[in-house]
Design a protein around this ligand. Structure first.
Ligand SMILES: Nc1ncnc2c1ncn2[C@@H]1O[C@H](COP(=O)(O)OP(=O)(O)O)[C@@H](O)[C@H]1O
Ligand SMILES: CC(=O)OP(=O)(O)O
Ligand SMILES: [Mg+2]
Length: 401
């Protein structure tokens, strides 16, 4: 029987999962469950020989979904001679407590629960995933891999906000940063790709997916990042506003009488590319609309690109100059136009676009600047699930080594 690692990314309405062979670092299957928490929940498992649809997931909660997915996989696992030796969970917020991944026992899980107020939109669903896995696979160790952990190296001048001191001391109001698993992975892969020691590179990584964030990396560690207390701060995202004047929610409340909760939801779900374009939160659809001449879609793209370049230049202060700029995430890996625009705007920092190389690169690693460019920009596909599988494997086999 070969030991595999199940990776779970449990959101409030969807659960993404993947199964890895940790020794070969190979993904064996992946899948997604949608409309989780409703009786209409469904799941798709992508196996090497095709897709399998699972419906009839009971009441559709995290436990029912996971239990059905595992029973649906049972035969296949047996046939292949695989068993699940560990489960790795994406956990969004680990507060100041977690600087690295951790085996989830009663004590550590309680500490993750303590972080719920910091991430009320993410942590409860993540924890529901852990509890479901504990129920369904009671003998199997569970590991938590935090979005925030990689950023715990930031200096105080980068993570403190200029707000009343008890907001920090009593409430934990500070910059935490997110997508750390992705920033950590692509920074290491970029150094390997360039065959240079990571510790010597002043690097900025741009994770551009549905959520978007940038990280300044020096000596291989995060020294600043664009997301803050929550994943709402920073650059423009699919549905999130990124930075706005902190006076905006109060102003909107005064003018409309809307509840703060609703305004926060609007900033998270009805803003960003979706809010500006009025078309979609999906970059491909916005591009298509802009190509058809839609002025709002064009403006959305301009704001997105401008704000991205502006933020990269700001983070160059944290790295004290830039050697390497990395693009990743669905947009960073595939959208050649946004990469070209950002590089053109940042020409003054020493980025020289190689248009041919850039246009040719979609979803694969590669350099997109010219050979004489003082700063190297490259594309590195991210793989958060692989990192979670690696960490889960390492932490659960360490004791045997
Ligand atoms: N070929 C493409 N061209 C431009 N954008 C793309 C392309 N493929 C995916 N994207 C964009 O990537 C974003 C999703 O990124 P992804 O990393 O998959 O998201 P998530 O954060 O959910 O993991 C969407 O805006 C999508 O439109
Ligand atoms: C924390 C965060 O922004 O995650 P995502 O990009 O998956 O929404
Ligand atoms: Mg992704």
């Amino acid at each position: 029987m070969s030991a595999t690692v199940l990776v779970l990314n449990s959101g409030s309405s969807s659960v993404k999962f993947a199964l890895y062979d940790p020794e070969r670092e190979q993904e064996l299957l992946s899948g997604i469950a949608e409309r989780v928490g409703t009786p209409r929940a469904s799941a798709t498992i992508r196996l090497p020989d095709g897709e399998r649809e699972l419906t009839d997931l009971g009441d559709g909660d995290h436990q029912a979904v996971l239990s059905r997915v595992l029973s649906g996989l049972g035969d296949w696992l047996d046939e292949q001679g695989h068993h699940i030796a560990a489960v790795g969970h994406r956990l969004v917020h680990g507060g100041e407590r977690f600087h690295s991944s951790v085996v989830l026992d009663e004590e550590t899980l309680a500490a993750v629960r303590d972080c719920i107020p910091l991430a009320p939109l993410h942590n409860p669903a993540n924890i529901a995933g852990v509890e479901a896995a504990q129920q369904v696979l009671p003998e199997v160790p569970q590991v938590g891999v935090f979005d925030t952990a990689f950023h715990q190296t930031m200096p105080a001048h980068a993570y403190r906000y200029a707000v009343p001191p008890e907001w920090y001391s009593d409430l934990g109001v500070r910059r935490y940063g997110f997508h750390g698993t992705s920033h950590r992975y692509v920074s290491q892969r970029a150094a390997e790709f360039l065959d240079r020691p990571l510790a010597e590179l002043r690097m900025i990584t741009a994770h551009l997916g549905n959520g978007c964030s940038l990280t300044a990396i020096r000596d291989g560690v995060s020294v600043d990042t664009s997301m803050g207390l929550t994943p709402l701060e920073g650059v423009v995202m699919g549905t999130r506003s990124g930075d706005v004047d902190p006076g905006v929610p109060g102003y909107v409340q005064d003018r409309t009488g809307a509840e703060l909760e609703q305004i926060t939801l609007d900033l998270n779900k009805r803003s960003g590319l979706l809010g500006l374009s009025g078309v979609s939160n999906d970059m491909r659809e916005i591009r298509a609309a802009a190509d058809d001449g839609d002025p709002d879609a064009r403006l959305a793209l301009e704001v997105f690109g401008y704000r991205l370049a502006k933020y990269i230049a700001a983070l160059a202060v944290a790295t004290e100059g830039v050697d390497v700029l990395v693009f990743t995430g669905g947009i960073g890996e595939n959208d050649t136009q946004i990469r070209a625009e950002v590089l053109q705007r940042l020409g003054f920092l020493g980025l020289r676009l190689d248009s041919g190389a850039n246009d040719a690169l979609r979803g694969e690693p590669g350099v997109i600047t010219t050979e004489d460019s003082p700063v190297t920009a490259l594309v590195i596909p991210t793989d958060e699930e692989l990192v979670i599988a690696r960490d889960a494997h390492q932490l659960t086999t360490e004791a045997d080594r």
